[in-house]
Design a protein around this ligand. Structure first.
Ligand code: FE2
Ligand code: FE2
Length: 300
């Protein structure tokens, strides 16, 4: 594709992505509505994320590893979170408890808005020249054909509940470890908004699973599938993007990868602890520890 055509394609993408009318409602300088954190009334917040393709390719501390770790997550969240919304919607019809049903609708709304926003950012990755087509095809095949259609609704629901439990790792690294401190502002806001809403809807998928089937082994199967998704799709995404960087093979890559997995951020150790927590019979959501940090996101 020559440059003139690529330039036009890029500006078309930017135009489409700017197509939002929430600016007046949220305030010009905000990317999302500052509605107070409320566990009892989950609702999606109005958003106003306008991604431009002048976002630096290495938007997180100029680090290939850190940037593409989050970009890797970004790649599959649109298809997975859309799938989450469909699975939960299917089961919500049979929920008798009015309050839980209301909370479920709020949860679906939040996941849909996460999916749409990460989809917009994926388009920027394409405009920046990354080849993600094969990855997206594989993700669609896995989440739609394998998970939803082949494994079926109940295993999908258990997987969603397991994955939602594991999202506490995102909350920890983004809100507690403040990994976004050197990020481009819009990307910092994107991940903080997402992490804080994950805290807000922390228990909903698990509560729904308990009303559908409270089998312990179904819960554990969901945990294993959720963990496989998190590990495989995040790191595969990270590596296919990172390998497209000229400077991938450098000492900085090795140091940053060590810091992320074993050093400062301790992702492996923390991941292991979070994983084991889900085996407890009387499980208490680890997200509870992060409520004050999530409250701050929506108050500042
Ligand atoms: Fe989400
Ligand atoms: Fe979630």
């Amino acid at each position: 594709m020559n440059e003139a055509i690529l330039g036009k394609a890029n500006s078309d993408i930017v135009k489409t992505l700017n197509n939002t009318d929430n600016e007046e409602l949220i305030g010009k300088n905000f990317y999302f509505e500052r509605r107070a954190f409320n566990l009892k009334q989950i609702r999606p917040r109005k958003i106003n994320f306008k991604f431009h393709n002048d976002i630096p390719k290495l938007w997180l501390g100029n680090s290939i590893v850190l940037t593409h770790f989050f970009n890797g997550l970004n790649l599959y969240l649109p298809v997975f979170e859309s799938s989450i919304a469909r699975v939960i919607q299917e089961y919500s019809k049979n929920v008798q408890d009015k309050n839980l049903r209301q909370q479920i609708y709020g949860f679906i709304g939040q996941e849909k808005s996460h999916a749409q926003t990460h989809h917009k950012y994926n388009q920027i990755l394409v405009a920046q020249g990354y080849n993600i087509e094969g990855y997206l095809k594989l993700a669609k095949f896995f989440f739609v054909d394998v998970l939803e259609k082949t494994l079926g609704a109940k295993i999908s629901l258990a997987t969603v509940a397991g994955f939602e439990h594991l999202t506490v790792l995102l909350t920890d690294i983004v809100l507690n470890q403040n990994i976004m401190k050197n990020a481009t502002p819009i990307m910092k806001e994107l991940w903080e908004w997402h992490a804080a809403e994950e805290v807000e809807h922390k228990n909903i998928a698990f509560e729904l699973l308990q009303t559908v089937d409270n089998s312990y082994w179904l819960r554990i199967l969901g945990l294993f599938l959720g963990a496989i998704i998190l590990i495989f799709f995040s790191f595969y995404g990270m590596f296919i993007l990172a390998l497209q960087e000229k400077n991938f093979f450098s000492s900085k890559t090795v140091v940053d990868l060590y810091k992320l997995l074993l050093g400062e951020n301790k992702l492996i150790l923390k991941g292991f602890k979070v994983f084991l927590q889900y085996f407890k019979l009387n499980i208490v959501s680890l997200h509870n520890n992060y409520i004050p940090l999530a409250e701050q996101v929506f108050n500042h």
